[in-house]
Design a protein around this ligand. Structure first.
Ligand SMILES: Nc1ncnc2c1ncn2[C@@H]1O[C@H](COP(=O)(O)OP(=O)(O)O)[C@@H](O)[C@H]1O
Ligand SMILES: [Mg+2]
Length: 247
């Protein structure tokens, strides 16, 4: 579905991506983990076109998209959530999700009001809002919501784009642990043909669903395998996970 070949990114002398060869398979449930500063967010920024690589290439379904602009990649089916909120904060939950859905349906050029009045847009937005258990907040503005709820709205928006590849950058960050199950349930109910890459900085329960794990250290792929293989990997434990796996 998505592949990188020899992907490199430097910020001055700092190498944040080093020859990253990575494959996200069709329908994957893949986790990318690594310590803070390992280059995980940078990698997502390279995949989505926020940043241009210093070297190497990115392929979507075998086609080179390295030079493709961010918006065009979204249209090709790559959606992501941000680690930091990027919502229309003065608008309601429903309006935010409607904007994403109407973008996808090609009515994004219409004014928000008319987009929000389209029955198909409203129905799809309502379904996503319900999926993220945001029904009670649908008419509230983003600024009125607790941070954890805002993060759930971000995911509803990403899903509103009906992506084929969904990149979730630390989706559980800031969500109270009592509410992370909403996120996990939503991820679990995603259509099987969406390829999901979930970024986390440790083996937290957000990616217990992962079938494959890549460990990034200092911008390079340090290990890759099944969760069992990663959990049993002594080097991974030594450099990074430490006692987290013993729990
Ligand atoms: N725009 C930038 N300019 C310079 N350095 C950056 C920039 N973005 C990130 N970095 C640096 O790149 C490294 C990797 O950052 P990041 O990708 O955010 O790591 P992670 O998401 O794994 O915590 C860090 O050392 C960070 O300070
Ligand atoms: Mg990050």
């Amino acid at each position: 579905m998505l592949e990188t070949r020899g992907l490199c990114k430097n910020f001055g002398a700092l190498e944040v991506a080093r020859e990253v060869n990575f494959r996200l398979e069709l329908g994957a449930r893949h986790a990318l983990i690594g310590p803070n500063g390992a280059g995980k967010t940078t990698f997502v920024n390279l995949l989505t076109g926020v940043l241009a690589p210093s070297r190497g290439s990115i392929l979507l379904e075998g086609e080179d998209v390295t030079a493709l602009a961010q918006a065009k990649r979204v249209k090709r089916g790559i959606a992501r959530t941000f680690q930091i909120n990027q919502l229309f904060r003065g608008l309601t939950v429903q309006e935010n999700v409607c904007i994403a859905v109407s973008e996808r349906l090609g009515v994004g050029g219409a004014m928000l009001r008319s987009a929000g009045q389209r029955a198909d847009v409203l129905a799809e937005a309502a379904r996503l809002i319900e999926m993220l258990k945001l029904g009670n907040d649908t008419g509230r503005r983003i600024i009125e919501l607790p941070y954890g709820r805002q993060r759930l709205v971000e995911i509803a928006i990403a899903l509103g784009l009906s992506p084929r590849v969904l990149l979730l950058d630390e989706p559980a960050a800031g969500i109270p642990s009592a509410e992370t199950h909403i996120l996990l349930d939503a991820i679990a109910t995603l259509p099987k043909d969406i390829a999901v890459l979930i970024i986390a900085h440790d083996m937290d329960r957000v990616f217990r669903f992962a079938e494959r794990i890549t460990v990034l250290v200092s911008g390079a792929v340090f290990a890759e395998g099944t969760p069992q293989e990663i959990a049993a990997n002594r080097e991974v434990r030594a450099v990074y996970l430490g006692s987290a796996l013993d729990a």
